[in-house]
Design a protein around this ligand. Sequence first.
Ligand SMILES: NC(=O)c1ccc[n+]([C@@H]2O[C@H](COP(=O)([O-])OP(=O)(O)OC[C@H]3O[C@@H](n4cnc5c(N)ncnc54)[C@H](O)[C@@H]3O)[C@@H](O)[C@H]2O)c1
Length: 374
Amino acid sequence: MRKYEKRISLVNEYMNRMNLLREISDYYAGRTILVTGGAGAIGSNLIIALSSLVGNKGKILVLDNLSSIKAKDPWNVTPLPNIMFVLGDVRSDVDLKRVFKEEPSIVFHLAAFFANQNSVDYPETSAEVDVIGQIKLLEYSSISKIDKFIYASSGCAIYGSYPELPLKEEFVSMHLTTPYQINKMTGEMYCNFYHHHYGLPVANCRFFNSYGPGEVPGQYRNVIPNFIYWAMNGIGLPITGIGEETRDFTYVLDLVQGLIKAGYYQNAIGENFNLASGKEVSIRDLAKMVNNATGNKAEIIFRERRKWDTKPRLLASIDKAQRLIGYEPLIGFEEGFQTNIEWFRDYLEKIESLADFPPGMNSAVRGVDIRAEK
Ligand SMILES: NC(=O)c1ccc[n+]([C@@H]2O[C@H](COP(=O)([O-])OP(=O)(O)OC[C@H]3O[C@@H](n4cnc5c(N)ncnc54)[C@H](O)[C@@H]3O)[C@@H](O)[C@H]2O)c1
């Protein structure tokens, strides 16, 4: 349990900073809540926060098939007394019946086939999980008459190629470049269908580039954990592009804040809104920060832009989330980044054992084989 203490205290400190309204804590107290994908990068933080909100009369059900990491090891699920981990699949009726038997009143749907390159390599599985799995979950949620269904949508999916910045919710593009983007957008459309047709109270939260404790690097993972991991191994950081590209990196607990508020505020129902930092960081600056923080002397390597990566800049407007649910990101990039580095140092051995970079199969940055360049 000691190794989880720091993780729990990071979340608790954040919750204190958040200064949640009394009515929000009261609303969550004693509830049974289902979090799909609760063993993942974002879900593993969300469940700690929810565990303290529901208290000892409530329960957090985590449904996760542990497909995002190399081993079937639920290490990212903090073993708190009111958290129940179910190794299962959102595509399986048996697994869904098992968790819905516990009568959750709120569902946070975070399970997904992550992410762009993975879906390019395995388009059918991407659709099975992110579309069929989601329809099943919406169906069970609707039949069970749950109070709220909160969907983890994706800013990179919805806004497609060449949008105007900052990205506002009313902009919708059909120029999607990966099956992941198509499926995440389809996911929002199914949420809207269940809302309009069956009255299921849904909210679509559009996340932007999460980072922070909980994300294990891997061939299909995000740039921040992969850069940190490679830099800690003395490898030159590969930039796919010119480095001027930007992303709206959002600290994972700011996303957790948005989810908790989306689960409470009635204003969120039937809506879609960005959850982001509202700030840009360039990939070149990120690479420099990572090299400085880790003492990595290896040179940055520039590689060809990935064909599907058609967004030179990503910057979200967070006005709508501020207006609807009082969302307010609390952690600046410098602070969040330092916390992420510390988490890597604390868990390096475990992270190394779970990081998934099959030799010769490094699709996230094709041609970089961590073993070959060591
Ligand atoms: N991380 C980001 O930057 C980001 C950005 C936009 C949207 N999102 C969305 O947020 C959600 C969470 O993202 P994350 O970064 O925590 O991803 P993650 O891969 O770390 O977590 C997803 C979890 O879902 C589980 N999962 C996958 N397929 C499953 C299945 N068939 N049944 C049950 N569980 C399954 C995985 O094992 C994993 O633990 C996803 O829906 C993702 O699309 C993430």
